[in-house]
Ligand binder design. Structure first.
Ligand code: FES
Ligand SMILES: [Fe+2]
Length: 359
C-alpha cells in the first residue's frame, strides 16, 4: 500500500445526521416538574427557563437575564406572577417583557420591550409542557397527542432518559426492530426467528410501519383452543421528534408507547417514554413494579448502545450508513427531518413498500 493511501482520512468524515428544526413543538419538561419553581432545560442548543407564572400558565424564556447574564431559572415567581432574576430583581412576564426594574419607576411600553428576554410559545398537553422551538414566533398547529395517557383503564408508566445521541439516532433506535433481538436479547424477541410482513406507509406528518403475522412479544403464543395468538404491531414516526409503538395482542391486550424527544444539542437528546397498557384480567398495580424494572433495563441497554454509536461517530469525525430493506424507518425519518429543515415538503416522497423479513 502506498504511504499516501495509509494517510487517507476516513471516508465520510464530516457527514453528520444532525438537523435543527425550530418551527415545531418539543417536550420542554413534564407539567409536574414546574410545581417546585422554574426548571432549566436546553432545547436545540438554547438554554431555557421553563416555569409557571402567577396565573398558573407555563412560560419558556431564554435562560439569560438581559441585564447581566444570570440564569433566570435560578429565580422565583413573585407575588405579581413575574419571574424575578436572582441578581438585581428584574421581573419578566411570560412573553419576556421586563415589567419591573427595582429602583426605577414603572417602565414604559418601549422600556418593557427594550429590556425583554426572548420567549417561546408553550402548550400544555398530556402532562407535558411543549415548547415551540423558535423564539418570539407564533406556533403553528398542536403537539402530537399521547393516546390513553389519561385513560383509567390503562396502566400508565412514564420514564425520562438522556441519550448521548442525535435526535435522528434516538428516533431510529425507538423504532428499530432488528436491534431488539440483539441489544435486548432475552428480554425482548431473540427466540427462533419468525416470518413477518412489514408494510410501510405515509401517515399525516409521519411514517407508519405495520407488521403482520408477528407472534406475541411475550406471554402465551396460542389460545386455550390451540389457535395461534396474533399480534398486531405498528411503529410510527411523527415529525419532528415523536416515536410511537403500538401492539394489540389477541384483540384485547393493548400496549401503546409514545416517545416524545427533545434535542438538547447535536448529540444529546432527552427522551421521554409514556407507555400505556391495557391488560385484561390483570390488576395493573400488581404488575407495575415488574414492568418498570423491565422498561428500565431495556432503556439502559438503548442508552448504552447509542452512547457507543455516538462515541464512534466522534472517533471517525463523521458517519457512514449502509442501510438494507430491514432499515424501514431510519432513512425515511432522516429524509423527512432534512426536508423539514430545508423548508421543503417532508411528506413528498413515495415511501410505500412491503418487506418480508424475520423477527
Ligand atoms: S442580572 Fe438579572 S437583574 Fe441583573
Ligand atoms: Fe431498544
Amino acid at each position: 500500500m502506498e504511504r499516501a493511501d495509509v494517510l487517507q482520512p476516513p471516508k465520510n468524515k464530516g457527514h453528520r445526521s444532525v438537523v435543527s428544526i425550530p418551527d415545531a413543538w418539543y417536550p420542554g419538561c413534564r407539567s409536574e416538574e414546574l410545581a417546585e419553581g422554574p426548571v432549566a432545560r436546553t432545547l436545540l442548543g438554547t438554554p431555557l427557563a421553563i416555569y409557571r407564572d402567577g396565573d398558573g400558565a407555563a412560560g419558556a424564556l431564554l435562560d439569560r437575564c438581559p441585564h447581566r447574564n444570570v440564569a433566570l431559572s435560578g429565580g422565583a415567581v413573585d407575588e405579581r406572577g413575574w419571574l424575578t432574576c436572582p441578581y438585581h430583581g428584574w421581573r419578566f412576564d411570560r412573553t419576556g417583557g421586563c415589567r419591573d426594574v427595582p429602583g426605577l419607576p414603572p417602565p414604559s411600553d418601549t422600556e418593557v420591550q427594550e429590556r425583554a428576554v426572548p420567549s417561546h410559545a408553550v402548550h400544555e398537553q398530556d402532562g407535558f409542557v411543549w415548547v415551540w422551538g423558535r423564539p418570539d414566533a407564533p406556533p403553528k398547529g398542536r403537539p402530537v397527542r399521547i393516546p390513553h395517557v389519561d385513560d383509567p383503564s390503562y396502566l400508565v408508566i412514564q420514564r425520562e432518559y438522556l441519550f448521548e445521541a442525535s435526535l435522528h439516532a434516538a428516533l431510529e433506535n425507538a423504532l428499530d426492530v432488528p436491534h431488539t433481538a440483539f441489544v435486548h436479547r432475552g428480554d425482548f424477541r431473540g427466540g427462533p426467528r419468525q416470518p413477518v410482513t412489514a408494510i410501510r406507509r405515509r401517515i399525516e406528518n409521519g411514517i407508519e410501519v405495520e407488521y403482520q403475522g408477528e407472534p406475541p412479544l411475550a406471554g402465551p403464543s396460542h389460545d386455550e383452543e390451540g389457535r395461534p395468538i396474533v399480534q398486531q404491531h405498528w411503529d410510527r414516526f411523527f415529525l419532528p421528534s415523536v416515536a410511537q409503538v403500538e401492539y394489540l395482542t389477541g384483540g384485547e391486550r393493548h400496549l401503546v408507547t409514545t416517545f416524545p424527544h427533545a434535542p438538547i444539542d447535536d448529540y444529546r437528546t432527552r427522551g421521554y417514554l409514556v407507555t400505556c397498557w391495557r391488560l385484561p384480567g390483570v390488576e395493573p398495580e400488581s404488575v407495575r413494579p415488574a414492568l418498570e424494572k423491565y422498561l428500565d433495563d431495556l432503556l439502559a441497554q438503548d442508552v448504552a448502545i447509542l452512547a457507543r454509536q455516538t462515541e464512534n461517530i466522534r472517533r471517525f469525525g463523521g458517519e457512514t450508513y449502509r442501510s438494507t430493506d430491514l432499515d424501514l424507518m431510519g432513512p425515511e425519518i432522516w429524509r423527512m427531518l432534512r426536508q423539514a429543515e430545508r423548508g421543503l415538503d417532508p411528506s413528498a416522497a413515495d415511501i410505500a413498500c412491503t418487506v418480508e423479513l424475520t423477527v
